[in-house]
Write a protein that binds this ligand. Structure first.
Ligand code: BEZ
Ligand code: FE
Length: 293
């Protein structure tokens, strides 16, 4: 018997036999990944002891998950999201130096090549919802302000939908925009107060959540991608801490450092100073970018 043959397959030695078949010239990373997955999968199967019918139900679930995927819908990423795997991979790949802003999931609703807008522009193109001013400063971990940082932002409207989910209802590029920070690192723009919303739950992942007694909602948030030469790109959100789902995000994306206050401004002096038509929400959030190493 070669080292690739560990004898006949038994319930006891199952993982060892499968792993031993990995050939000696296999790419080292692939061999490591497949060995780990094989060992953990066999351990889970031994713990659960599925019936033949349960095994077939699992195969059918994965088949339906694949069938739900197309150029627009990625049901496997949703599965990874609701199992916490997307956030775990994000955490492993975005260990930041102390003081740097934390990352979170990208999500499926980012649109590339959104038009760049002048600082202070309103991304709420249909004027619906409660007006919201978002402002802050972007600095490096040394505290120095960063000029010219590209801020790519997107958010839901106050019904909890992104523009791309409501084509023909919301204007194209509603509630999304690209800005560049000023020389002192500051940014500000207007939007509308976002609302909690369900992740796409009309497929097998939504059915799974239902069977697990889990809801599909994400707490209200704004998405940001921050890019600057010499700094790590930051993909993140800021969240409304008063949202009812803040402690039970369906995709586990909330981190304490990403909570921002959504203050209702009713002072007439502030309202006129900002050129607003009436009361508005204000969110002040600073970001700290980590230098590339
Ligand atoms: C989002 O925040 O846009 C999102 C993230 C993960 C799954 C679905 C939506
Ligand atoms: Fe989102």
């Amino acid at each position: 018997m070669s080292t690739q043959e560990k004898g006949y397959f038994t319930e006891e030695n199952s993982a060892d036999v499968v792993v031993s078949r990995i050939g000696p010239s296999t790419d080292a990373r692939l061999a490591r990944v497949m060995a780990a997955i094989t060992r953990h999968l066999h351990a889970a199967v031994k713990e659960v002891e599925p019936t033949q019918e349960e095994w077939m139900a699992a195969i059918q679930f994965l088949t339906k998950t694949g069938h739900k995927c197309d150029d627009w819908r990625q049901e496997f990423i949703l599965l990874s999201d609701v199992m916490g795997v997307s956030m775990l991979v994000d955490a492993i790949n975005n260990r930041k130096p102390s003081g740097a802003s934390e990352s979170t999931v990208l999500g499926p609703f980012h649109v590339p090549d959104v038009p760049e807008l002048p600082m202070g522009a309103n991304i709420c193109l249909d004027g619906k919802g409660d007006p919201m001013l978002i402002k802050g400063r972007i600095v490096g971990t040394d505290g120095a302000p960063l000029a010219g940082v590209k801020l790519d932002v997107w958010q839901t409207n106050d019904d909890g939908f992104y523009d791309v989910q409501q084509k023909g209802i919301q204007p194209d590029f509603n509630l999304r925009g690209v800005f560049r920070t000023a020389d002192d690192g500051t940014y500000h723009f207007w939007g509308a107060k976002p609302r909690f919303y369900p992740i796409p739950d009309d497929g097998p992942v939504g059915q799974l959540l239902g069977k697990l007694g889990r809801h599909p909602y994400r707490p209200a948030h704004l998405h940001f991608i921050l890019e600057a030469a010499g700094f790590e790109t930051l993909i993140t959100h800021i969240f409304d801490p008063d949202d009812r789902y803040i402690h039970s995000d369906a995709v586990f994306g909330v981190k304490e450092s990403l909570l921002a206050k959504f203050d209702l401004i009713e002072d007439p002096v502030r309202i006129s100073a900002e050129g607003a038509q009436g009361p508005f929400y204000e969110v002040v959030h600073n970001f700290v970018l980590a230098p590339t190493t």
